[in-house]
Design a protein around this ligand. Structure first.
Ligand code: WTA
Length: 659
C-alpha cells in the first residue's frame, strides 16, 4: 500500500519525495523479468544478449556477438543471418499459432478487421510478391506514407522480407517534408493512400505525394491504397492501385535470409540543424532488443495478453512497439487508425473494453489530455482487463503518473516510464514490472544489458543527487548504425561531446536521486518536444524565414501544461512590410499555415510575436533562454552577455498591447 498525498499537498511534490509503488506479490510471481537479470547481464553482457538473440530464428548462427572495433559503428551478431519478417510472422504460424490474432484493426469510422498470423503471412507474401513485380531488389529504399492501416504493417514487413529498406514518413508531414526524405534516401517507390480519416472526415494524402514526387527524380512508382474513396489525380504510367497489384498476387513467398547488419529501415528525426537526420537501423540487433523489451518491460504473455501501443507507425515507437517488437513475440495487438476523441472522448477506453486490452502504452501528453477531459469518461468503461501501463516520449510529471495508475489502472497496475530515442531503437531506461519499486516521474534504471550514466561537462559521472548529461557508455544491440549518407554528422552529433570517453551523447539532461535512480529532465539542445514529437527550433526558424515577409526568426519551446512544450516564435519583419499589417491576425495565421505547409501541422507555432530585434550574444548567438522567459511570462533573466542589453526592453515594450 502507498500513502496518498495529504490535503492541500500537490501531487507534483512527489518529485521531491522518494515514494515508491512496490509490485504486488501476485504480479511479481508471474513476471517475465527478474531481479537476477541485472546481475546476470552485468556478469557477462555479451552472453546475456546472445541469450536474448537466441530466442529468434536464425538461418545462420553468428560467430561473434559484438564487434566494436570500428566504433562508433557497432556490428552485432556478426556473421549471423536471419529474415526479420519470417521472425515476426512465419515463425508463429510454423509453431502452430496461425489462428492466433495478430492484429485487431479498428478504423476511425468504426469499421474493423481481425487478422490472424496465418492471414498476416498471406498478406505479407502477396505484398512482397507485388514489390518484386515492380522490380525492387534488396537494398533499394521504399518510402511509406500511410495512415494507420493494416497495409502499412504489410508494407513494412514485405520490405523486411525482401531486404528493402523502408523509410516511413508520418502521414501528418507535408509534401515538402516527404520530398526531402525521399530525396535523401533516393527511394524508388512510395506507398500511400488516397486519403486518411482525421477527426471523422476524410483528408487527402495522395495529393501531397503527387506534389512531392513531381520534384523527386528517384521515384519510379506510387502504390496507392484505397481508404476513403476520395477523388485523386492519376498518372497512368506511375500510379498503381494496391487492389489492382497486390490482391491478385500469390499468397506464398519463399524468404531469403539477410546479414544481421542488413539495413532494415531509415527513420528521419529532428536534430539541432534544419535538416532532419536519417537514422539507420539494421536487422539482428534491432529485432533482438525490441523483442526483449516487449517481453520484459511490458511483461507480454503472447497467449493471453492483448497489447495496444497508441503511437503512429510514422514514429519510432510505432516501428519498435507496434510492428517489430510485439510481432516478433507473437503478440495479439490492437491497431487504431484515428484520433482519441473521435467520435467521443472515451474512444480509447471503449476500445480497451471491446478487445480486453491488457497492456496499454501511450505518451504523457495524451495522459494529461485524458486528465483534462475528466475522470467520468474512463469511469464509463470496464478497464479491469488492464494489467500494465506504459509511458514514452517525454518526462511524465508525477501528477500524471499517479492519475494514470489510479484512474486508468485502478490503483493496481504497474506503470513503466520508458526512456529511449529514435536513435536507441528500443527502450533503454525503464522500471521492470514485477521487479522495480516504481517512483512516479522517474525512468529509474538502465535495463539489464544496458549501461547509462549521468555525467558532468567533462564526462565524469556525477554522484547521487547530482545532475548533468545522460550518456550511454556501452554499445547496445538496437543502437543506430549511423545517419544515412552522413558519417561526419553522425560522429559530431553523438560521439564528439564526450569523444575522449567514447560515450554516446543522448542530448537529454538527467539527474540521480539519493538512491541512484535516473530522472530525465528534457533536452539540453535546441530540440523541442511537442506532444512527444521531436521538432528542432532551427527547422521551424528556417520555415518562417522562407516566408517573404520574414527577415529573421527565433523559436523556443515554452512549457505547456498539455503538450509538454509549445512552439513560440519571435519574428523580425523585412523592411517594407508594414508592421501593423503583419501583426494582424490574418498575417499571423498566414505565417502559421506557412510552417504547416513547410513541415507539417505538428510544427505550427502556438504563438508568433512580431519583434523589432532579437537578443543576441556578442558572437551573434540568439539567447533563447531570454526569449523563453518572455514566452513563459517570467521576469527576464540575466542580460549581461547580450551584445545590446536594451534589446529585451525593446522586445517587452513592443509586445505590450500587441496581445
Ligand atoms: C524524450 C521517442 C523523458 C527525450 C521514443 C528523448 C523522454 C526524446 C522519455 C526522444 C521518457 C522519450 N522520459 N524523456 N520516458 N522518452 N523522451 O526520438 O528527450 O521521438 O531524447 O523517441 O524524447 O524522442 P524520439
Amino acid at each position: 500500500m502507498t500513502e496518498q498525498p495529504g490535503q492541500g499537498q500537490t501531487l507534483d511534490n512527489l518529485l521531491t519525495e522518494s515514494r515508491t509503488f512496490p509490485p504486488s506479490a501476485e504480479f511479481a510471481a508471474q513476471a517475465n523479468a527478474t531481479e537476477a537479470m541485472y546481475d546476470q547481464a552485468a556478469t557477462d553482457r555479451e552472453a546475456f544478449w546472445a541469450e536474448q538473440a537466441g530466442q529468434l530464428r536464425w538461418d545462420t548462427q553468428w560467430d561473434q556477438v559484438l564487434d566494436w572495433s570500428d566504433a562508433p559503428y557497432a556490428k552485432w551478431f556478426v556473421g549471423g543471418r536471419l529474415n526479420v519478417a519470417v521472425n515476426c510472422v512465419d515463425r508463429h504460424v510454423d509453431a502452430g499459432n496461425g489462428d492466433r490474432v495478430a492484429i485487431h484493426w479498428e478504423g476511425e469510422p468504426g469499421d474493423g478487421r481481425t487478422i490472424t498470423y496465418a492471414e498476416l503471412q498471406r498478406e505479407v507474401a502477396k505484398t512482397a510478391n507485388a514489390l518484386t513485380s515492380l522490380g525492387l531488389k534488396a537494398g533499394d529504399r521504399v518510402a511509406i506514407y500511410l495512415p494507420m492501416l493494416p497495409e502499412a504493417i504489410f508494407s513494412m514487413l514485405a520490405c523486411a522480407r525482401l531486404g528493402l529498406t523502408h523509410s516511413v514518413v508520418f502521414g501528418g508531414f507535408s509534401a515538402e517534408a516527404l520530398r526531402s526524405r525521399i530525396d535523401d534516401a533516393e527511394a524508388k517507390l512510395v506507398i500511400t493512400a488516397d486519403g486518411q480519416y482525421r477527426r471523422g472526415k476524410p483528408a487527402p494524402l495522395k495529393a501531397a505525394v503527387d506534389e512531392a514526387v513531381a520534384r523527386t527524380p528517384s521515384i519510379e512508382k506510387v502504390l496507392v491504397v484505397r481508404r476513403t474513396g476520395i477523388d485523386v489525380e492519376w498518372t497512368d504510367e506511375r500510379d498503381v492501385w494496391w487492389h489492382d497489384l497486390v490482391d491478385g498476387q500469390s499468397d506464398t513467398h519463399t524468404a531469403e535470409a539477410f546479414d544481421a547488419e542488413h539495413p532494415l529501415f531509415i527513420l528521419y528525426t529532428s536534430g539541432t540543424t534544419g535538416r532532419p537526420k536519417g537514422i539507420l537501423h539494421t536487422s539482428g540487433g534491432f529485432l533482438t532488443q525490441t523483442a526483449y523489451t516487449v517481453r520484459n518491460v511490458f511483461d507480454l504473455k503472447p497467449e493471453s495478453d492483448v497489447y495496444w501501443c497508441t503511437a503512429d507507425i510514422g514514429w519510432v515507437t510505432g516501428h519498435s512497439y507496434i510492428v517489430y517488437g510485439p510481432l516478433a513475440n507473437g503478440a495479439t495487438q490492437v491497431v487504431y487508425e484515428g484520433t482519441p476523441n473521435t467520435p467521443h472522448e472515451g474512444r480509447h477506453w471503449e476500445i480497451v473494453q471491446k478487445y480486453g486490452v491488457t497492456i496499454y502504452y501511450t505518451a504523457p501528453t495524451l495522459i494529461r489530455t485524458f486528465m483534462k477531459w475528466g475522470n467520468d469518461i474512463p469511469a464509463k468503461f470496464d478497464l479491469s482487463s488492464l494489467r500494465v501501463l506504459g509511458s514514452v516520449g517525454e518526462p511524465i510529471n508525477p501528477e500524471a503518473w499517479v492519475w494514470y495508475r489510479e484512474t486508468i489502472g485502478s490503483g493496481r497496475t504497474p506503470v513503466v516510464d520508458t526512456w529511449w530515442q529514435t536513435e536507441t531503437g528500443a527502450i533503454m531506461i525503464s522500471p521492470l514490472p514485477g521487479v522495480t519499486h516504481a517512483k512516479p516521474g522517474s525512468a529509474q534504471r538502465p535495463l539489464p544489458g544496458i549501461s547509462a550514466k549521468v555525467v558532468d561537462d567533462k564526462g565524469n559521472e556525477v554522484g547521487k543527487g547530482g545532475g548533468g548529461y545522460l550518456v550511454l557508455d556501452q554499445p547496445w544491440p538496437s543502437m543506430l548504425r549511423g545517419i544515412w549518407g552522413d558519417d561526419q554528422r553522425y560522429r559530431e552529433t553523438y560521439w564528439s561531446r564526450f569523444g575522449e570517453q567514447g560515450y554516446y551523447f543522448a542530448g537529454d539532461g538527467a539527474k540521480y536521486d539519493a538512491d541512484g535512480d535516473v530522472w530525465l529532465l528534457g533536452r539540453v539542445d535546441d530540440v523541442m518536444n511537442v506532444s512527444g514529437h521531436r521538432i528542432s527550433t532551427t527547422e521551424v526558424e528556417s520555415a518562417l524565414v522562407s516566408h517573404p515577409t520574414v527577415a529573421e526568426a527565433a523559436v523556443v519551446g515554452a512549457t505547456d501544461p498539455t503538450t509538454g512544450q509549445g512552439i513560440v516564435a519571435f519574428v523580425i519583419l523585412r523592411g517594407g512590410v508594414a508592421e501593423d499589417e503583419a501583426k494582424g491576425e490574418a498575417a499571423i495565421k498566414a505565417l502559421r499555415d506557412h510552417v504547416a505547409k513547410e513541415i507539417g501541422p505538428i510544427a505550427k507555432p502556438r504563438q508568433i510575436m512580431v519583434v523589432p530585434e532579437l537578443p543576441k550574444t556578442r558572437s551573434g548567438k540568439i539567447m533563447r533562454r531570454l526569449l523563453r522567459d518572455v514566452a513563459e511570462n517570467r521576469e527576464i533573466g540575466d542580460v549581461t552577455t547580450l551584445a545590446d542589453s536594451s534589446v529585451m526592453d525593446l522586445i517587452s515594450s513592443g509586445l505590450k498591447g500587441s496581445g
